[in-house]
Design a protein around this ligand. Structure first.
Ligand code: UDP
Length: 327
């Protein structure tokens, strides 16, 4: 298994995956429509511009590169946007993934690694979120990813599409060499917004709600370093190559950080004040999302060794100060 089709390879997680794949001896072929991704982020293998809805273009790319597997990252991923424009999420994420799976099956490319999300679980008070937890998403983003998981299962049963599903918790940090990093326009994620506020690139960070049922009133998330996250994907490919069963893995560390704790750690790492103000809750946000599973560690041999909050902010801060994309 050598050539991997990476949809969304010009995006934050996909570009880090391409780097990890190249380092592991694979050729990552990026397929991206550049709506949210960046041409400058494609540094580790060939680039094919195209949309997931374009079946003819997908067929051409499968025929040209003959990939051995697909890693599917391309997706809209903003909870707020998903709440206001659910149709966009269902069409882009679900119909796009369906078209991709149909093209993969038609091309005989039957190993598929999918980036899903802990947002498929929804709100579960005092329940440990493991891979068997009921999936009751609170927003159209999580619902769209849950639907794709269902299609994958059906395609696995009917067409032999072998798959590993990763349910991500909150992805953070950047390539320590700052070749690629997190660069969304507009930015909506906590850590890059906070770093922008710290160095005056934008006004104060708004903390979305301080009346949650948590020790300090702010939402709690489980943050995982993007480099650890993509390492799991390489292990997922090996899992499929070894002929193992279709499997779902949570990717989180099991440690939760509140928004206020992330602010405190950012102050400590950057040695700068974090300008912030308190705002209302953001619609669609869950109180607490923390993984309660060690399946990825025990079965895949995954070690999220870079996923300390200090390291994630340090790497994000380095990228923030030195890296950017122009197009
Ligand atoms: N958050 C915040 N202010 C912001 C952006 C995010 O308070 O400007 C909070 C958000 O409510 C959530 C956490 O930070 O509790 C992480 O949000 P992010 O958008 O980074 O990731 P998500 O959890 O939505 O995947």
């Amino acid at each position: 298994m050598k050539t991997i089709l990476v949809t969304g390879g010009a995006g934050y997680i996909g570009s880090h995956a391409c780097k990890a794949l190249k380092q592991a001896g694979y050729t990552p072929v990026t397929y991206d429509n550049l709506v949210t991704g960046w041409r400058d982020a494609v540094k580790f293998g060939p680039f094919e511009q195209g949309d997931l809805s374009d079946r003819a273009r997908l067929d051409d790319v499968f025929a040209k590169h003959k990939p051995d597997a697909v890693m599917h990252f391309a997706s809209l991923s903003q909870v707020g946007e998903a709440m206001s424009q659910p149709g966009l999420y269902w069409r882009n994420n679900v119909v796009g993934a369906l078209t991709l799976m149909e093209a993969a099956v038609a091309a005989g490319c039957l190993d598929f690694v999918f980036s899903s999300t802990c947002a498929t679980y929804g709100e579960h008070d005092n329940v440990v979120l493991d891979e068997t937890t009921a999936q009751e998403p609170l927003n159209a983003y999580g619902a769209s990813k849950l639907a794709i998981e269902g299609i994958l299962r059906d395609f696995g049963a009917a067409h032999g599409l072998r798959h590993v599903i990763f349910r991500y918790f909150n992805v953070a940090g950047a390539d320590p060499e700052a070749e690629v990093g997190e660069f969304h326009r507009p930015e909506t994620h906590l850590i890059p917004l906070m770093l922008d506020a710290i160095d005056g690139k934008r006004d104060a960070l708004t903390v979305f709600g301080t009346d949650y049922d948590t020790p300090d009133g702010t939402c709690i998330r489980d943050y995982v370093h993007v480099c650890d996250l993509v390492d799991a994907h390489v292990l997922g490919l090996e899992w499929l190559k070894d002929g193992k069963e279709n499997r779902v893995f949570n990717l989180g560390t099991g440690t939760g950080f509140s928004v206020r704790e992330v602010i405190d750690q950012s102050r400590a790492v950057t040695n700068r004040e974090v300008p912030y103000e308190i705002g209302p809750r953001r619609s669609g946000d869950c109180t607490r999302l923390v993984s309660g599973s060690t399946r990825a560690e025990t079965e895949l041999g995954w070690t999220p060794e870079r996923s300390t909050m200090g390291r994630m902010i340090e790497d994000a801060w380095r990228w923030h100060q030195t890296g950017h994309y122009d197009g």
